[in-house]
Design a protein around this ligand. Structure first.
Ligand code: 5AD
Ligand code: SF4
Length: 429
């Protein structure tokens, strides 16, 4: 049993990366080691993402590339996990009969019996319990950790496949979350990111998300608390005050806007108008000094006319985000947006994406430049040679030409700003 090797490739979001940590946890407990090359593995796992067609295609081409390895080594087990597994299930076997097992995000625990051999091949049953949290884990980093607080999503945005891949919304008991974070603190972790598709709708009895933040803020040893993702419609004043009052909660929020036009927001079923979104941005900025705000934007949603797109550009100019992720709309199977009229050509989508990114790059660069000369509190997360890398509380990456101990929190003077990172110098006290 001992000494077998696993190769795992992860696509998609932090939720998926965290699930990978769980899968590696199970396998490590069974004596597996992780390898970097698929041909050296006894098990190959693809932890897949279905959010856009491109992510799915990337997985399919990786899958195609391991076919010949399986031919040479019939003992090799190929496992497809994650969101494409959940969405496509058996259909994947028609495309690639050499896949051994298909396991959805709610069925990760099954990996344990798979490696002992299993006759069943497809595990995509709905799981109403929160099971993942009890699985062993091999964490990727030693300073920062992801912690699931809520699974699934009930929002049904018209473009989004997540409710179909990750199921209904389920909050994890607060007691379990606190225990996990206390343990992380004992192990020396300093920074926790609370994970969920919509953390704002967290609820365990009378503990809502702001109350959970207050509890996590009490845990000794943890220095920084972050969370993703927030839905604007559920971002309350109470949460903003909790962010302000909990000193460990970092001054950063990722708040996906998606589009600047009310017509498009309505078609997307986002349940807020641009004005309502803007009001929340004002609340955040009024209450939390120097908060950094990042966002997601989709361009080329069905029926997006030039004037709608202009509204997205204007929103970026007006709000001045610290950074965005921008995507071309990608029709996903089963989602309501695929049935809308007025799909936009690939060429227009590509042009709009370029334009959005160009505008935001200027804004991001300008905002970063404004940090030159300032002093920032940086948590060191990585070291390589003479360099250390960390993040500001506002989630900006800083590279420092000094060798600083992992997990230290240091004052850094920002000496140079780049578009996507900062350079800093250690301030000797
Ligand atoms: N097409 C393009 N982008 C999408 N996103 C989600 N679904 C789609 C889709 N079908 C984007 C949204 C979301 C982010 C995680 O991915 O902006 O906030
Ligand atoms: Fe994450 Fe959504 Fe992609 Fe699944 S489909 S990996 S939940 S981004």
């Amino acid at each position: 049993m001992k000494g077998r090797a696993v190769y795992i490739k992860t696509f998609g979001c932090q939720m998926n990366e965290h699930d990978t940590e769980r899968m590696l946890g199970i396998l490590e407990a069974k004596g597996f080691i992780e390898v970097e090359e698929p041909r050296k593995a006894d098990i190959i796992i693809f932890n897949t993402c279905a959010i856009r067609q491109k992510a799915e295609q990337k997985f399919l081409s990786s899958l195609g590339r391991v076919k010949y390895i399986k031919k040479r080594n019939p003992q090799l087990k190929i496992i497809v996990a994650g969101c494409v597994a959940q969405l496509q299930g058996e259909k994947l076997l028609n495309k690639a009969p050499y896949i051994d097992y298909i396991i959805g995000p709610d069925n990760i625990h099954i990996l344990e019996s798979i490696i002992e051999d299993q006759s069943e091949r497809i595990f995509i049953h709905e799981n109403s319990n929160v099971v993942n949290a009890k699985i062993p884990i091999k964490r990727k980093h030693s300073v920062k950790a992801w912690v699931n607080i809520i699974y699934g999503c009930n929002n049904y945005c018209a473009y989004c496949v997540v409710p179909y891949t990750r199921g209904r919304e389920r909050s994890r008991p607060a007691e379990d979350i606190i225990k996990e974070i206390e343990l992380l603190s004992e192990l020396g972790f300093k920074d926790v990111t609370l994970l969920g598709q919509n953390v704002n709708s967290y609820k365990d009895g009378d503990i809502d998300f702001p109350a959970l933040l207050e509890k996590v803020n009490e845990i000794k040893g943890i220095e920084r608390i972050r969370f993703v993702t927030s839905h604007p419609k559920d971002l309350s004043r109470r949460l903003i005050y909790a962010m302000k009052n909990c000193e460990k909660v970092c001054e950063h929020i990722h708040l996906p806007l998606q589009a600047g036009s009310d017509k498009i927001l309505k078609l997307m079923n986002r349940k807020y108008t641009y004005e309502e979104y803007l009001e929340k941005i004002h609340w955040l900025r009024e209450t939390i000094q120097n908060i950094s705000i990042t966002s997601d934007i989709i361009v080329g949603f069905p029926q997006e006319e030039n004037e709608d797109f202009e509204k997205t550009l204007n929103a970026l100019k007006e709000i001045q985000f610290d950074g965005i992720f921008a995507f071309k709309f990608s029709p996903r199977p089963g989602t309501s947006a695929t049935r809308l009229d007025g799909h936009i050509s690939e060429e227009i989508k590509a042009n709009r994406l370029t334009e959005v990114l160009r505008l935001q790059d200027e804004i991001t660069e300008r905002k970063n430049k404004a940090l030159e000369g300032t002093i920032q509190e940086v948590l060191i997360e990585d070291r390589e040679g003479e360099y250390s890398t960390g993040r500001t509380r506002t989630n900006k990456i800083v590279k420092i030409a000094s060798d600083i101990a992992l997990g230290s929190i240091v004052d850094i003077k920002i000496v140079k700003a780049h578009r996507h990172s900062l350079e800093g110098e250690l301030i000797q006290k």
